[in-house]
Design a protein around this ligand. Structure first.
Ligand SMILES: Cc1cc2nc3c(=O)[nH]c(=O)nc-3n(C[C@H](O)[C@H](O)[C@H](O)COP(=O)(O)O)c2cc1C
Length: 440
């Protein structure tokens, strides 16, 4: 038996990268926002790196600093992935779909079509929308949390029932007998909950993996119940090995409570990368890419470490007096790391360029540091895999594919090639068609 190996997904957002300043980076097409061909090319690169999947978040509202920063997000996930499906062969594609503002029939139809046309490579990250600005785009108020989660559970079950409503062997396309399909095997579902419902059936035959794989993003008790019942993959936001292990264990316990095997849920920890030959070079790259955005975070850095910090201090390290008074904030899990970096004597701009206010741990250094980080977390049981966020796809992703991945392969931590063709196979997820019969 080969030793257990990690899985890799890549956040797939716009044609620039995870950094809001990536659009103006040398070598990047600044008008790439509307060029899906770039997305296809980056997906092909990720496939060359044998990544198991692309992960597409989705927030359907405007973002705050569009004057200088590109949106981190895609303009529309499903149509983008339809193009990507045509330009790739093996890599999985997970898109986010809101259960709060989309009807189950729409979700079932679009995701299964993506699954069929990609020959079994689609996944659905089922999220309850929590942003009132998105609700406003649908002309609605945001429903309260309890209702959002009730609707999520109803929606996932109806979607899966719709997926299963076209029997696996219903499609005959048998010229000799003249029978196209067996209508007795295509059945209505007639499911109606408190919030959503559908009569069915959905007129889409199974894909090579049967139906899309379910993902869940976000922590919290309600999120864990959702993941425990339905998810094969969970996209996490964790800052330390300790947090990550805790979340992963909570998810595994939730799967067991739902009557599933805990190994059925794969937990993915995020990583952001900014590479340079050494720490200094990587910090300089980060600063050149996003100085203004980093500088704006000085006040927040102060809150994290319990000091009133001013912009005038950006180019200085903390003074001895400040170091003695600094305390990590209990309200932000990133605070202890921020203070640790500040204690190393970096200027405050450099501290910020370490990504201490980013959403995930940030690698600021040579590619080998990323491989070491992944190995450490993986071997500590903190994650089953990672979802990686290159600062710039154009020159950041090739370094992951050509330098980080080979190190991991050399160490026996990552596969050398795809073993199967479908996302379900890539994740080691069990076969499923329709609703999971184990769910009560
Ligand atoms: C890593 C991560 C990724 C997420 N991706 C999305 C997303 O793409 N779209 C979205 O609407 N919500 C996304 N969310 C938000 C969650 O789905 C959820 O709404 C949020 O965590 C609030 O959960 P709560 O209502 O249980 O507090 C994400 C959350 C996390 C932690």
């Amino acid at each position: 038996m080969p030793a257990k190996q990690m899985l890799i997904g890549m956040t797939f957002t716009n044609s620039y990268g995870a950094n809001g300043g990536a659009w103006r980076w040398p070598g990047v097409d600044p008008a790439g926002l509307t060029e899906v061909d770039h997305m296809v090319r980056y997906a092909q690169m990720a496939e060359r790196g044998k990544f198991q999947f692309l992960f597409m978040p989705d927030f359907q509202s405007m973002h705050a600093n569009m004057e200088t920063e590109s949106s981190h997000l895609t303009m529309e996930p499903m149509l983008t992935l339809a193009a990507v499906a045509r330009g790739t062969e093996r890599i999985g594609m997970v898109a986010t779909g809101s259960t709060t503002f989309t009807e189950p029939f729409n979700l079932a139809r679009q995701f299964k079509m993506l699954d069929v046309m990609s020959h079994g490579r689609a996944g659905w990250n089922a999220v309850p929308t929590s942003d009132p600005a998105i609700a406003a785009n649908y002309g609605r108020a945001l429903p309260e949390r309890r209702e959002r989660y009730e609707r999520l559970h109803e929606t996932v079950q109806i979607v899966q029932a719709l997926w299963g409503s076209w029997g696996q062997d219903a499609w005959l396309h048998d010229v000799a007998s003249g029978r196209f399909a067996d209508p007795a095997k295509v059945k209505p579902i007639n499911l109606h909950g408190r919030h959503v419902g559908s009569a069915g059936p959905l007129a889409l035959p199974p894909s090579e993996q049967g139906q899309p794989v379910i993902f869940q993003a976000g922590g919290g008790g309600e999120g864990a119940v959702v993941a425990g019942r339905y998810a094969s993959g969970v996209i996490g936001a964790v800052f330390s090995i300790k947090d990550a292990r805790h979340q992963r264990m909570a998810l595994r316990a939730a799967a067991e409570r739902a009557g599933r095997d805990p190994d059925e849920i794969k937990f993915f920890a995020g990583i952001i990368s900014t590479f340079g030959a050494d720490r200094r070079a990587a910090l300089d790259r980060r600063i050149a890419m996003s100085r203004a955005a980093l500088e704006q975070r000085i006040g927040y850095l102060g809150q994290m470490i319990g000091l009133p910090l001013q912009r005038s201090q950006l180019n200085e390290p903390l003074s001895a007096v400040q170091l003695a008074a600094a305390r990590p904030s209990p309200h932000d899990p990133r605070s202890a790391y921020a203070l640790k970096v500040a204690r190393e004597g970096w200027t405050l701009l450099d501290v910020l360029a370490h990504g201490v206010v980013d959403y995930h741990p940030t690698i600021v250094g040579p590619p080998s540091e990323m491989a070491d980080h992944m190995q450490e977390w993986f071997e500590a049981g903190a994650a089953d895999g990672f979802w990686i966020n290159p600062d710039v796809y154009e020159d950041g992703l090739p370094l992951i594919v050509d330098e980080v991945v080979p190190i991991l392969q050399e160490r026996g931590l990552f596969h050398r090639d795809y073993e199967g063709r479908t996302l379900r196979e890539h994740l080691g997820a069990r076969p499923q068609y329709g609703i999971d019969p184990r769910l009560k």
